[in-house]
Structures are given as structure tokens and as C-alpha cells.
Design a binder for this molecule. Structure first.
Ligand code: ARG
Length: 245
């Protein structure tokens, strides 16, 4: 019996291409968006990082995460110098024209980050104020919808941490970015005296997805793996670990 089992095991292994040599995929990110992806002692960590590792394992791939920054990430996926964009990326119609997305894995919406003593109470109050955003994000889209597309009151930054620094130094009255990010920032930085404002009338629900080049054959494997990770309790475990709920 042992011999038969061993023989089956061997023939199965050699018959499967994936287990021979796992392919390593290049994953690109902008690691300035805690708790999704950020740098800790020189290492890129976060919910997204643990999530992609679990999903890739399920799909039969290794991953190597490279912190290339937000704008370059899109260039790399389009140019196919990287395999997967992983960066709390919202799935939207504009991006879907150029990229393919996985099945959604996280629900989000924009929120407003302001000083505790701010007179801003809702999204409409942003009119006439200086607002800092990360360039090329749905936060920018949301603020442009309120202030106008070429408003000189809109300050765009390469990453979200720089936008928050602008707010802290008084160069902006507000930052608009994803709820989980600004909420965790307020919680972790009480000395900054900031608060978060929600406005469901101005900001829509968004879903994050993994981003691929159009037509990428990886999408099918990763969609299946995401469903598995959602169903088998791995996602819930990671969610609890990173968002403490
Ligand atoms: N969810 C927003 C968007 O897709 C912001 C994502 C920013 N992510 C980041 N890692 N900086 O536009």
C-alpha cells in the first residue's frame, strides 16, 4: 500500500506543471498607504501584502512585491513589466478601459481628514478650501467633482503621506483619501489632532481589486484563489489581524 501511495504521489507531482517550479510573479505597489501597504523597518508590509501572499499560494505562484510608487505602478502593468498591481486600487470604469481587475476583495469609500478644530463639516464645505490628495486617485476624482477639474485649490501629491504632511503643516485644509487609511491614521497619531468626516452623499462605495494588464491569463487563476481565500477563513483571519474588529 505504501508503495502504491508513493507511486501515485510521484506521478501526480510530475504531472503537474505548477508544482515543478512555481513561477514568481512581480507584484508592484505604492507602500505609503497604511494599513494596506507601507514600509516597516525597510520591509513592505500590510493587509494587501498578506492577502496577495495567501491568494498567490492558493493559485500556485510565488510573489515578489516591489515598491515602485503609484504612478509607475500603472505604467508597469500597462507595459507588462510587472504582473499584478496591488495597492488598495479601486475598480472603476475609467481604469477598466485600460486594465483588467480581479474579483473585488475590499469595500472602501473616500473620507475627509481635517484638523480637529476645522469648520469643515461635510463635502460641500470643501468648496473654497485648499484640499490635498494623492495624484491619480479616486480621492482626486471626488475632490474635482466638488471644486472643479482645474481648481488651483487642489494640491496633488505623489503619495498620500505627503498629502497628510501638507495638511499638518497648514498648506491644506483637508485631505481626501480612503476611509480605512485616514481612520487608522487618526487613531495612530493622536498628537496630530486630526479627525475624519464621512459624507455618504458625496462619496460612493468603492471596491479594491488586483490589477492586471488587459487580457492577462492570470485573472482566472487569481479570481478562483480569491474566492477560496474568502471562503476558507483565511481572509477573515487577515481582516481581524489588520483591522482589529
Ligand atoms: N483607492 C484609491 C484609488 O484606487 C486610492 C489608492 C491609493 N493606494 C496607494 N497605495 N497609494 O484611487
Amino acid at each position: 500500500l505504501l508503495f502504491i501511495l508513493a507511486a501515485c504521489g510521484t506521478s501526480q507531482t510530475s504531472g503537474s506543471t505548477k508544482s515543478d517550479a512555481k513561477k514568481t510573479l512581480r507584484v508592484v505597489t505604492d507602500a505609503a498607504y497604511a494599513p494596506f501597504e507601507y514600509q516597516d523597518k525597510g520591509e513592505v508590509v500590510g493587509f494587501d501584502i498578506d492577502f496577495i501572499k495567501a491568494v498567490a499560494k492558493e493559485a500556485g505562484y510565488n510573489v515578489k512585491v516591489d515598491n515602485v510608487g503609484w504612478d509607475p505602478l500603472f505604467v508597469e502593468i500597462k507595459g507588462k513589466t510587472a504582473d499584478i498591481g496591488l495597492s488598495a486600487i479601486t475598480i472603476n470604469d475609467e481604469r477598466k478601459q485600460t486594465y483588467d481587475f480581479s474579483t473585488p476583495y475590499f469595500l472602501s469609500k473616500n473620507e475627509i481628514l481635517v484638523p480637529k478644530n476645522s469648520d469643515i463639516k461635510n463635502a460641500q464645505d470643501l468648496k473654497g478650501k485648499t484640499v490635498a490628495v494623492q495624484n491619480g486617485t479616486t480621492g482626486q476624482d471626488a475632490v474635482e467633482a466638488l471644486l472643479g477639474k482645474n481648481s488651483d485649490k487642489l494640491k496633488k501629491f505623489e503619495n498620500n503621506n505627503l498629502a497628510i504632511m501638507e495638511l499638518k503643516s497648514g498648506g491644506a485644509n483637508a485631505v481626501v483619501a480612503d476611509n480605512t487609511v485616514v481612520e487608522q491614521y487618526v487613531k495612530n497619531n493622536p498628537q496630530d489632532n486630526l479627525k475624519v468626516i464621512e459624507d455618504d452623499t458625496a462619496f460612493n462605495k468603492e471596491f479594491y481589486g488586483l490589477m492586471f494588464a488587459k487580457g492577462s491569463t492570470l485573472k482566472a487563476d487569481f479570481d478562483k484563489a480569491i474566492t477560496k481565500v474568502l471562503d476558507n477563513g483565511t481572509y477573515a483571519k487577515l481582516y481581524k489581524q489588520w483591522f482589529k474588529v
